[in-house]
Write a protein that binds this ligand. Structure first.
Ligand code: AMP
Length: 169
């Protein structure tokens, strides 16, 4: 099933010059969304993940059903201050300034096989930070995957991992 007809282009969102790829129509169509999760499962299954890590916030939409489909666990990679209890943080550079993401300190066991998910790969900055964080926490990060890859931004070059995507622009 071709998923592109279910991805809506929104010009100048969230700021001028950005062409936003909106997955809301995919979520709204039960057959297209089921196909999305099945297709992602086929791409991710060969990496034999024990845990999936979803990146806040649209990454959660992808990762929770995928974890059910693959029969593995799901952990959240969140912005600072959102997770209760002990956390492991990772601070990374943005164009201007820095940002911090974190996971709960018991989310991943040493050597556990992890695959990281998000909805869209753009510059790859967020994904690269999530890879560093999960490695710091002791995870064996095997791969990363997204529904959409913006290939002209070369984001996959920022991650030294196999990277899978269903739709390329
Ligand atoms: P990145 O530049 O790869 O670090 O992208 C950061 C986050 O912004 C990703 O998690 C995407 O969900 C989101 N994002 C970036 N660019 C777009 C876009 N053109 N359309 C939709 N989401 C985007």
């Amino acid at each position: 099933m071709d998923l592109k007809p279910f991805i809506r282009d929104v010009q100048d969102f969230p700021k001028p010059g950005i062409l936003f790829r909106d997955i809301s129509p995919l979520l709204a169509d039960k057959d297209a969304w089921r196909a999305t999760i099945k297709q992602l499962a086929d791409l991710v299954r060969p990496y034999k993940p024990e845990m999936l890590a979803g990146i806040e916030s649209r990454g959660f939409l992808v990762t929770a059903p995928l974890a059910l489909e693959l029969g593995c666990g799901f952990m959240m990679v969140r912005k600072r201050g959102k997770l209760p209890g002990g956390t492991i943080p990772h601070t990374y550079s943005l164009e201007y300034g820095t940002d911090t993401i974190e996971i709960q300190d018991n989310a991943v066991k040493k050597g556990q096989r992890v695959v990281i998910l998000d909805d869209v790969l753009a510059t790859g900055g967020t994904l690269a930070a999530a890879v560093s964080l999960l490695r710091k926490a002791g995870g064996d990060v095997r791969a990363a995957a997204c529904i959409i890859e913006l290939t002209f931004l070369d984001g996959r070059k920022r991650v030294d991992l196999p990277f899978e995507a269903l739709v390329q622009y």
